[in-house]
Ligand binder design. Structure first.
Ligand code: ATP
Length: 596
């Protein structure tokens, strides 16, 4: 019942918008305006396809025209050469668009960030020239006089508007479902931090390939429909820079990462561009390009995340929702004090405990730099092990070797005695290895619970993921902040949120990377209590940290690295008294203080 209600709440506004749009469009009689109304829906769908890949995963594509153009040419050529009706041609265009997405994604996902964005530029440019070489400078769809509807040709232009709105409705509902699904959750995690997404068990490469395939299919479909309404396809008009820019512009203007963004962008920008083109196109050719350029600059200046988010913020502030005030942070910290103070008691784990994780002669070099050299040690079940050492000693590289981000040049990593060397992080996560990262990158607009949920990849349903996230938040003392926006959190609470996210995956072994970084004295105390509590529940903890005064009170044992090799290993009191460790890392000040 509750689920049905929440589904209805998710879909009703979309249906209401499309119905209202269709009803209003039925009163428009001018054929140019009818075309504009059809194009609004077309570009909104194209923007949504871009949004699925780029808005939801953060992988910016400058080359979406590749899929659009392929779709347009597929429908046109199948019609002209084989007499295939667009009713069948458009689904074929969607399949080819999806296939193109997969083929483009396979090599291009090797690149990241700006390099990915720039590489995507190459595909429509290459296709543009391929279609020129093939002699398809201009493909016109023949007009069918008899039974035109069988070839998607209608004398009443309003039918095209209705078809376009139907496609828009289907695409928007599909995107809404994706947004609220476990798949959407995983995409959000990738956008947040791809490495962290891998660490919580997401097979990021597979998911990105699925996403670019789906995005390419939507773009191919709408490219095919565009060919039907304009009746002529040229390489420049479907593969040109302006087409790729159009997807990006409507989404950026309206709001990236939300279903409504591309729709708002298309509703505002397409009629504006078309009207200006009709008025001034003869004297100012390419005026639409100028409109898009100005729109982007205006958005950057006035609403950098797009109109949707700007309006959402204004409404939220007006409603007086708890804003980003220190008050929220105080509430959270108060919660963690309690957990720290009442942390369950635990007894340090002694040498007799079985090993959960073992590194055997693990080495890794980057060019000439031997980051980790023949490191061997074991982590005992239930213990808290600290890894310390000077900057550049190889601590993070060792973590990356332990949870599969980096493959060792030599040596083995064993989990429960089983060789897991070279397994990717998402597989290791499923075997019970969780990890946090030095830099926390939360989704500021999303609730704390939604941020934590991205770690619950083991869940079978979104409801179970939500329940796991809540339980993890309770464990770290963030239970009172479930609906709080992550952007309002204090530094400590962000660290706790990151911890909760790792815990939501149900790890048996947790690797914590500089969890105390940037925290003040009282915050460190609270976090110490939380980590002790997690360990007392039976989770084995390995922690890299520079805050040594906290570490000596937290860990059962230290492994000290220097120049990539193990310098010392032992109990805190042994290691901190070791002259070699004092010389290489702690310094004489530490020994003087320790002697006080
Ligand atoms: N991907 C990489 N490419 C090249 N060199 C690297 C790479 N990763 C690490 N290194 C080098 O390996 C050495 C160990 O780095 P690492 O980050 O593991 O040390 P660390 O002990 O974690 O340092 P810090 O305490 O400053 O975080 C450093 O000299 C570093 O420059």
């Amino acid at each position: 019942m509750f689920r049905a209600l929440s589904r209805a709440r998710m879909i009703l506004p979309v249906v209401a918008f499309c119905v209202a749009y269709a009803v209003l469009a039925m009163f428009v009689t001018n054929s140019y305006h009818q075309l504009t109304l059809t194009l609004v829906a077309v570009w909104a769908i194209f923007g949504l396809s871009w949004n699925l890949l780029s808005g939801m995963t953060g992988l910016i594509s400058f080359g979406h025209a590749a899929f659009f153009g392929l779709g347009a040419y597929t429908v046109a050529l199948l019609f002209v050469k084989l007499g295939l009706t667009p009713w069948a041609g458009i689904p074929v265009a969607a399949v080819l668009g999806g296939l193109a997405g997969l083929l483009i994604g396979l090599p291009t996902f090797r690149l990241r960030g700006h390099y990915f964005a720039l590489a995507m530029l190459a595909y429509p440019l290459a296709l543009l020239n391929v279609f020129l070489w093939l002699g398809h400078q201009e493909v016109s769809l023949p007009l069918i006089r008899e039974r035109g509807w069988a070839y998607m040709q209608f004398t009443d232009q309003r039918v095209y508007i209705l078809l376009a709105i139907g496609l828009l409705l289907a695409t928007m509902i599909a995107m809404r479902v994706v947004e609220r699904s476990r798949y959407g959750l995983a995409l959000t995690a990738i956008k947040q931090n791809e490495a962290a997404a891998e660490a919580v068990g997401i097979d990021t490469r597979r998911l990105k390939l699925i996403t670019i395939t789906a995005s390419g299919a939507v773009a191919g479909m709408i490219g095919g429909f565009h060919a039907v309404i304009l009746l002529v396809v040229t390489p420049e008009a479907v593969f040109g820079m302006l087409i790729s820019a159009q997807a990006l512009t409507v989404a950026m203007f309206g709001g990236v990462g939300t279903v409504w963004g591309p729709v708002i962008g298309a509703v505002v920008l397409i009629p504006l561009g078309e009207t200006l083109h009709a008025q001034f196109g003869a004297v100012l050719p390419g005026i639409q390009g100028v409109v898009f350029g100005v729109a982007i600059v205006a958005v950057i200046l006035l609403a950098p995340e797009g109109v949707y988010w700007k309006v959402a913020d204004l409404l939220r502030n007006r409603r007086g929702t708890r804003a980003a005030t220190p008050a929220a942070a105080v509430t959270a910290s108060a919660g963690t004090v309690a957990l720290g103070e009442h942390a369950p008691a635990r007894t340090p784990v002694g040498p007799g405990a079985p090993a959960i994780l073992q590194a055997e002669g693990v080495s890794r070099a980057f060019g000439g730099v031997k980051a980790v050299q023949e490191v061997s040690f074991s982590v005992r079940q239930g213990e808290i092990l600290g890894i310390i050492g000077p900057n550049g000693a190889g601590k993070t590289t060792l973590f990356n070797l332990l949870n599969g981000f980096v493959r060792p040049d030599a040596g083995r990593v064993l989990l429960d005695g089983r060789d897991v060397t070279g397994l990717p992080p998402n597989r290791l996560c499923r075997l019970g290895v969780g990890r946090t990262f030095q830099v926390v990158r939360p989704f500021a607009r999303m609730s704390v619970a939604d941020n934590v949920m991205s770690g619950a990849q083991a869940a079978d349903s979104i409801d179970e993921a939500r329940a796991l996230a809540r339980a993890a938040m309770e464990r770290v003392g963030l239970g009172g902040l479930i609906d709080e926006r992550a952007g309002t959190l204090s530094n400590l609470d962000l660290r706790l949120m990151e911890l909760a996210r790792a815990l939501a995956g149900g790890p048996r072994l947790l690797l914590l990377d500089e969890t105390f970084a940037g925290l003040g004295g009282p915050e460190v105390e609270k976090l110490l209590g939380v980590i002790r509590g997690i360990a007392a529940e039976g989770v084995t903890v390995v922690i890299i940290e520079h805050t040594l005064h906290a570490m000596v009170r937290l860990v059962d044992r230290f492994v000290v690295l220097d120049h990539g090799a193990v310098l010392a290993e032992g109990l805190p009191e042994e290691v901190t008294a070791n002259p070699a460790v004092i010389e290489a890392y702690l310094g004489s000040k530490w020994s003087a203080r320790a002697g006080d």
